[in-house]
Design a protein around this ligand. Structure first.
Ligand code: AMP
Length: 188
């Protein structure tokens, strides 16, 4: 099963993507995680990405498209995957479409986790206290939400038009949201 999880920062898509990926025994592929690990390892890509991430802005399309292009060729992605946090722009969505068609694959579903903005700010501030992520300060959180609304939200319409969109209410307990996602994907 080839899936992607979308949603604003703080919607819980990383947590849910990990749960669903482990249930289906497929990898969860997070561009955010890959970029954070590049920063930790001090690679050239990490160095380039850091200033964008610290400012709540998107890393340039060609960088993340390159990451996904390489990652999808790896053996563990042959039987399916969950893309978590990619694509985030129309340019990335179009690149993904070309990439998948070149590999003879298609997307089975795009899960959108919907959560109101007010709830997101308080969740992200809470996560900042617990995990201490560099991009979880209040001004950066506001910028990340703006980036999401301006650049990523239009993808909801894009995947609706592609006929693969599954809207899921992202309010509730972790278990409730997981069950809704399972139901939206057609398995109990
Ligand atoms: P995340 O862990 O998904 O919230 O991503 C953290 C940060 O990494 C984002 O705020 C962006 O700066 C960067 N990032 C992750 N995925 C992408 C993407 N698909 N396109 C551009 N930037 C990304």
């Amino acid at each position: 099963m080839n899936l992607l999880f979308m949603g604003p920062p703080g919607a819980g898509k990383g947590t849910q993507a990990k749960i669903i990926a482990s249930e289906h025994k497929i990898p969860q592929i997070s561009t955010g995680d890959i970029l954070r690990s590049a920063i930790k390892n001090g690679t050239k890509m990490g160095l380039e990405a850091k200033s964008y991430m610290d400012g709540g802005k998107l890393v340039p399309d060609e960088v993340v498209i390159g990451i996904i292009q390489d990652r999808l060729q790896e053996d563990d992605a042959k039987g399916g995957y969950i893309l978590d946090g990619f694509p985030r722009t129309l340019e990335q969505a179009n690149a993904l479409k070309r990439l998948l068609s070149g590999m003879g694959q298609k997307l089975d579903a795009a899960v959108n986790l919907a959560v109101p903005d007010e709830e997101l700010v308080s969740r992200l501030l809470d996560r900042a206290r617990k995990e201490g992520r560099a991009d979880d300060t209040e001004p950066v959180i506001k910028q990340r939400l703006k980036t999401y609304n301006d650049q990523t939200k239009p993808l909801i319409d894009y995947y609706q038009a592609e006929g693969v969109l599954r809207e899921v209410n992202g309010l509730g307990t972790m278990e409730e949201i997981t069950s809704r996602i399972r139901a939206a994907l057609g398995n109990p």
